[in-house]
Ligand binder design. Sequence first.
Ligand code: GLU
Length: 296
Amino acid sequence: MDSPAPPVRSHTRFAPSPTGELHLGHVAAMIHVWGWANLAQATVDVRIEDHDRQRCRPEFTDRLLADLDWLGFAPVRGGSLRLQSQQTDRYDTALQRLQQAGLVYACRCSRRSLPAAPPGGEVCYPGTCRDQDWPAGPDTSLRVRLPGMTVVFHDDELGRQEQTPARQCGDIVIRDRHGQYTYQFAVVVDDLLDQIDWVIRGEDLLASTGRQIELARLLGGTAPSAWRHHPLIVGRDGRKLSKSEGAPPLRELRDRGLSAADVIGLAACRVGLQPTPRPCPAAEVSRLLAAPALRE
Ligand code: GLU
């Protein structure tokens, strides 16, 4: 189904998960979020995605906020700072809404009991518990029944996209076996309630977009109308830069004497936005996103 509304680009967000320290990959994401938002005079929220209490730690949140501050990035044009861990009520309410619509069921499957993911792909849930009517309990996750729509959206960076979540991932887990709301669910509820109309994030999340649009529709809301999935910094192995691949935390770069502008310039260079690591202060990141012909 095509979204009929013309895209609006007035309100976006930067939504890091505090599962470790920030590194250059996060700075590349900030350049895209604040850079595009500043060009469009859009509002930017900072949303700390700490819904998963198993993996997120408050000290990482503190560190992350200190790093953002040091770099010079903050909510702008009326944007807010929110922590998912402080707004569980909104996820409870959204869950109830889906339950009342008969769209939620309890699932007893463990990761190991599911078919293996194809190479480079993801597990598509075969619907094992869909019609079992299990009671929800401490050992069950909750899944939402996907009606199986094909979602079409335009990506500002990658062009027309068509996804059928029911065939990619199957019914989505919205609350896991530990009672934690999942990323896919929390992000959709927040984007709806915070009236986000423009999502700017890494291209590793491209496959999540169709299912997030479908979930937003099941919740009776309007999904963001504009999407941009930007390139990532990759490590020597060609995979997304990550802490486990040895990306140094920003703290370490700062301790080596790099300034915030040096770090931003370095991230811009590593993500292909400029040929040299020329320093760039946070307030000027839009200039890194000018049309390729205009880049230095
Ligand atoms: N929290 C997610 C991450 O750090 C990003 C979520 C999003 O932008 O939708 O990868």
